[in-house]
Design a binder for this molecule. Structure first.
Ligand code: F6R
Length: 240
């Protein structure tokens, strides 16, 4: 595991964007695993700059980690909408090559199986981008999720619902379930980069990197992966 501590959000974004661009240049038909939330916003902005400067994303294939159950793709808080706004429309990825779990599928279980199968069918993820929850979740795999889990419907914890409430008009509108790639699905990626910024992530980063590998700290599983880079700003890395 490589740990990079940088000064702030912008340098974290810069570091991760460079890794993504190296992957895309090295393999123009790369399969990228993507996250939403506030952590990767700077990376996506930078990828749009690289696109303007000639980096070709036309053959890239993407898989997002998760989607809220019950939010259609045109809902402004859906992760499909977020990806469209923050990345897909800015780098002109072929829409057919972008994948986000369908949170309004009539058969959610079938949707989970279909998603894992699709990832396998495309040859697996080359580079997976991750954020981390303040409870050390990755994707929406909350503490206690079995390391063997594949894409599944998950109940969000009160902690995560509270963290997400800032994006919704009222607490009652925050979805309580999501479809999330499982821990095993994430660990199948050939390379992983996890980014975190801000003091609210310091405990999670500390536990994930220096504590025991345990299902109670989902991100601790990354200690078992052969190719992981952790990029944190000074605040998130303050307990390392
Ligand atoms: C988002 C995701 C989550 C977030 C995590 C951190 O697709 O899978 O695990 O990465 O909750 O969120 P932010 O970046 O908003 O602090």
């Amino acid at each position: 595991m490589r740990v990079v501590v940088v000064s702030n959000f912008d340098s974290m974004s810069d570091e991760v964007a460079k890794m993504v661009i190296a992957q895309v240049r090295n393999k123009p038909a790369s399969v990228l695993g993507l996250a939403t939330g506030s952590s990767p916003l700077g990376v996506y902005r930078l990828l749009a700059e690289y696109y303007k400067n000639g980096v070709d994303f036309s053959r890239i294939i993407t898989f997002n980690l998760d989607e809220y159950v019950g939010l259609a793709e045109n809902h402004p808080q859906s992760y499909r909408y977020y990806m469209q706004e923050n990345l897909f429309s800015r780098v002109h990825i072929d829409a057919a090559n972008t994948h986000v779990p369908n949170g309004v599928a009539t058969d959610l279980q079938a949707e989970c199986g279909r998603y894992d199968e699709l990832i396998r069918h495309t040859g697996g993820i080359d580079l997976q981008i991750l954020g981390i929850g303040s409870n050390a979740h990755i994707g929406f795999n909350e503490p206690g999720t079995p390391f063997g889990s594949q894409t599944q419907v998950v109940d969000l914890t009160a902690n995560t619902i509270r963290d997400n409430a800032r994006f919704f008009a009222s607490p009652g509108e925050v979805p309580t379930q999501a479809i999330s790639m499982g821990i095993k699905s994430i660990m199948s990626a050939r390379n992983i980069v996890l980014m975190a910024n801000g003091g609210s992530k310091a405990d999670a980063i500390h536990a994930a990197l220096t504590g025991p590998v345990t299902e109670e700290v989902p991100a601790s599983v990354l200690q078992l992966h052969p190719s992981v880079t952790i990029v944190v700003d000074q605040a998130a890395g303050s307990r390392l």
